[in-house]
Design a protein around this ligand. Sequence first.
Ligand SMILES: Cc1cc2nc3c(=O)[nH]c(=O)nc-3n(C[C@H](O)[C@H](O)[C@H](O)COP(=O)(O)OP(=O)(O)OC[C@H]3O[C@@H](n4cnc5c(N)ncnc54)[C@H](O)[C@@H]3O)c2cc1C
Length: 372
Amino acid sequence: MKQKFEVAIIGGGIIGCSIAYYLAKEKMNVALFEGNQIGSKSTSAAAGMLGAHSECDEDFDVFFPFARSSQYAYSQLKEELHHLSGLDIGYRKGGILKLAYNEKDINELRSTLSQHTVKWLDKEAVWEMEPDVSSEVAGAAYIEEDVNVVPTAVCEAFAKSAQILGASLFEFYPVLDIQKQDNSYLIQTATSQVEAKHVVVASGVWSTTFFKQLGLDHQLTPVKGECLSVIDEKATLKKTIFHDHCYIVPRNNGRLVIGATMIENDWNERVSLSGIDSIIAKAKTMLPTVADMKMDSFWAGLRPQTFDQKPFIGHHPEEEGILFATGHYRNGILLAPATGQMITDLILKRQIKSEWVEAFKIDRHQPLLVSR
Ligand SMILES: Cc1cc2nc3c(=O)[nH]c(=O)nc-3n(C[C@H](O)[C@H](O)[C@H](O)COP(=O)(O)OP(=O)(O)OC[C@H]3O[C@@H](n4cnc5c(N)ncnc54)[C@H](O)[C@@H]3O)c2cc1C
């Protein structure tokens, strides 16, 4: 007999797993289909910064409050998910120091510094906080509230908690096709067919396939990011440090995550020597002591980018039962709780801030590409 669900989610990255969790909490009958292993794609590559302030230097009216609501949700989720799943999401306080070396850097930090939760520190204050930071710094914007988590741990905790609350998770089940059938949809995998009233496409950068299949010409562009981790035996670094798209994030297990390159339109998930070279060089200018640390690991992942770098969260313009939650680009870890909540509210037809619905809807204005 064909299995029936209220909601089928396609994709088991942090976005799909968060949606499964929030829906399962509402006692919805949910199934999640993941083509590989849960959390093994972009989610596993992320550094885990919850950079509501550090990633937002414009759009303070819409994107920032959405990101802040998600960041705030984590402060409660860490206990909630631990209580349900027994898993620790690696929530680590300390915040981010956005380093400035010269006037140009200081100018670039002006809009970040205009937020009342961000403080300017002169170089002496930076060295007092982080004695090993480069002697070349002029100061830093200190963002105490931009904490970090371990992305794979969050994803696993969402998935396990959703399952405990009744969600069905199917790993190594790529979805091949979605077809409409009266008031529901048929989800076709290689070995089975299931029926669902709502379908949520949360397939990261691979969501383009489903946009096409469902009659939309939306495209997501991969922005490849390469990272490495080193062992900080003396556990010297306490806070994340950040400069010129490069960051060093301390984890609770004594590792420092160093990232990340930004290579547009590269679908190859392998790490390049030149990529690793470039981030090591940048890391040494921020924290010279990394040069002596021992290598732990390296990896790459594909950030799903939309035309305006904001996610698509909303209904298909013509198919009420199909929803998209994808295109979270550099901020999927940060935005996962708010996205899970928003999709749940959309399915349950609850009130949502209209500016969020407008900003993230699928058929928002897309500038026409002018061919030259
Ligand atoms: C180097 C790097 C550093 C980053 N650092 C941060 C950070 O510090 N903070 C932050 O907030 N964000 C960060 N990000 C961004 C973040 O990782 C992404 O925005 C987020 O992981 C996107 O999650 P997702 O669930 O949409 O995608 P994914 O994690 O890619 O999950 C999508 C899933 O869908 C599955 N799938 C695809 N097609 C199908 C199909 N047909 N059937 C079934 N399953 C399918 C895939 O196998 C995959 O598991 C970083 C990204 C990179 C690459």
